[in-house]
Design a protein around this ligand. Structure first.
Ligand SMILES: C[S@@+](CC[C@H](N)C(=O)[O-])C[C@H]1O[C@@H](n2cnc3c(N)ncnc32)[C@H](O)[C@@H]1O
Length: 207
């Protein structure tokens, strides 16, 4: 069957690698990141999804674990309304300094510290959305991190499909983690076989 022009145009509009709303700081952050040998940045798909989910949280309180150089942070910032606030935690001073310099905005608090210590000492209010993109908060201290998500809030992870930089044992670790998540009754989740492998978790209300 011949496809009409309308169908062709529609299919191209649905191409998920077309991003029309990339944060304006994205290019300069990417350029600064390329000068370092850092290859763990979140991709455009993850960033775009984060922006959309963050935008669902009006006056949201957002946490990112693993700022890197701030690529995902730039998308998170784009999704935040004027009343939203975010905290982003990173232990690499060089990386977080790029994010700090490029994303100057009073709604973001940049914290350069060890994520394990930060999570164990944090005693502020719970979060509407946590993007856990470092070992602490994901494979380690998961219970503590999930406890910081409000009921109805999101817990987001990427890199859940095998990545080229994974050590051999990591696949088993990821698989075990996913299996454990799926057994829980205090969350509901959707696995996206898309981007680097994303899992969107929503914390279920007890009420
Ligand atoms: C996958 S990368 C994050 C990429 C980031 N989301 C981006 O868009 O560029 C993981 C980050 O976690 C940081 N990290 C690793 N261990 C950490 C720890 N113990 N505390 C804080 N940050 C840590 C790494 O330095 C790295 O920047």
């Amino acid at each position: 069957m011949r496809r009409t022009l309308v169908q062709i145009q529609f299919n191209s509009a649905m191409k998920d690698d077309i991003f029309t709303d990339i944060p304006f700081q994205y290019e300069s952050i990417s350029a600064a990141t390329k000068k370092l040998s850092f290859n763990m940045s979140s991709d455009l798909y993850t960033g775009s999804l984060l922006k959309t989910l963050v935008a669902s949280k009006l006056a949201g309180h957002i946490l990112e674990l693993g700022t890197g150089s701030g690529l995902a942070t730039s998308w998170i910032l784009e999704g935040m309304d004027k009343q939203s606030r975010s905290i982003t935690v990173e232990n690499n001073e060089v990386l977080i300094s790029i994010a700090k310099q490029q994303l100057q905005d009073e709604r973001i608090e940049f914290v350069c510290t060890d994520g394990y210590e930060w999570l164990q000492n944090y005693n502020g209010k719970k979060f509407d959305l946590i993007f856990a993109d470092a070992m602490p908060g994901k494979y380690d201290l998961f219970e503590e991190t999930l406890a910081l998500v409000k009921d109805g809030g999101f817990y987001i992870i990427d890199d859940m499909l095998p990545q080229p930089n994974w050590p051999a044992v990591h696949s088993l670790k990821a698989e075990t983690f996913i299996n454990e998540l799926e057994k829980r009754e205090d969350i509901t989740l959707t696995k996206l076989n898309w981007s680097t492998g994303i899992i969107i978790v929503t914390k279920i209300s007890n009420n």
